[in-house]
Design a protein around this ligand. Structure first.
Ligand SMILES: Nc1nc2c(ncn2[C@@H]2O[C@H](COP(=O)(O)OP(=O)(O)OP(=O)(O)O)[C@@H](O)[C@H]2O)c(=O)[nH]1
Ligand SMILES: [Mg+2]
Length: 288
């Protein structure tokens, strides 16, 4: 799976516009929170991010850490740290983000020291949150503010505009709509993003994506496949879907399998976080 032979693609106009707006406003920003999904620490990293956030101080936040396979994800954390990035892991829904706030204040202190050397006034931290769709950016903002100030949702494309939000006395945050890039060069990346709900369902080749999910579970997490779906292999995909359909009651009149409902069951299991302990990006599969 190297070249992208699928037609998975989702780059609506608002994503290009978001990138342009970020580029135009980047001078106002001190620190960037780059949010990536801990289950796909490589595929969910925006490929052209350096181009539009330039050399701003950056914290990589691995969201949904509660849902990942920590052994595999920790290999990526090590990789990014070795490249010089600062990485924080978060279960945004349950963890207190104190570490993130402390780190932000520390980075801002350095920035303000540099500013005062140049004779510039101290200022509050202006932070941009950026990442792929549905990764948890808005949830993190609500968590930092400790109340629901921005809309969140269990599907990609919830945030539509760039929005400034004040966090306590010291930090101002810019929420941004999720962005992807015009073309996924690697098929693996496209499938990972599709499987972990970063791409609008309506544009997906559902059968191929569900097949990929089941095959990936078979390869790396056979115990999940067995416990959740009662199957041990997916060599015959229709047989596997039939078994899952029967087990989960996805039948139409006459006892036939309703495949659309089977697809939904599987996608929903991922979307709702019923399947935990998975990391689809395997460090060993990538050579760089
Ligand atoms: N289990 C788990 N779920 C999370 C976490 N962070 C966010 N979520 C869920 O992920 C979904 C998407 O969250 P949002 O905050 O709306 O994501 P977003 O990045 O703002 O998405 P867009 O605005 O569409 O780009 C919601 O259903 C959240 O409850 C996390 O750390 N763990
Ligand atoms: Mg959002």
């Amino acid at each position: 799976m190297n070249e992208n032979k699928t037609n998975i693609n989702w780059y609506p106009g608002h994503m290009a516009k978001t990138k342009r707006l970020i580029k135009e406003n980047i001078n106002l920003i001190d620190i960037v929170y780059e949010v990536v999904d801990a289950r796909i620490p490589y595929s969910s990293k925006i490929v052209d991010i350096d181009e539009f956030i330039q050399n701003k101080s950056r914290i990589i936040i691995m969201s949904k850490y509660d849902l990942c396979d920590k052994i595999e994800t920790n290999k990526w954390i090590k990789y990014y740290e070795e490249k010089g990035y600062t990485v924080l892991t978060l279960d945004i829904i349950n963890d207190k983000p104190n570490k993130l706030i402390d780190l932000t204040n520390k980075l801002m202190e350095n920035i303000n020291n540099e500013r005062s050397k140049k004779g510039l006034k101290e200022r509050k931290a202006k932070v941009l949150i950026v990442g792929i769709p549905n990764v948890g950016k808005s949830t993190l903002i609500n968590r930092l503010v400790n109340k629901k100030v921005v809309k969140t949702g269990n599907k990609p494309g919830v945030t539509k505009n760039l929005d400034w939000i004040r966090v306590g006395e010291d930090i101002e945050l810019l929420d941004s709509p999720g962005i992807l890039w015009p073309k996924f060069e690697q098929e693996l990346v496209a499938f990972n993003l599709a499987s972990l709900t970063a791409i609008k369902e309506e544009v997906l080749p559902i059968f191929e994506v569900v097949t990929y999910i089941l095959e990936t579970l078979e390869k790396y997490y056979p115990e999940i496949l067995e416990n959740r779906y009662g199957i041990t292999e997916v060599n015959d995909i229709y047989e596997a879907l039939d078994t899952i359909g029967k087990k989960r009651g996805c039948l139409i009149k006459g006892g036939e399998i309703d495949y659309d409902r089977v697809f939904n069951v599987i996608l929903n299991d991922i979307k709702e976080g019923h399947i935990k302990g998975i990391t689809f990006d395997r460090r060993d599969n990538y050579v760089f």
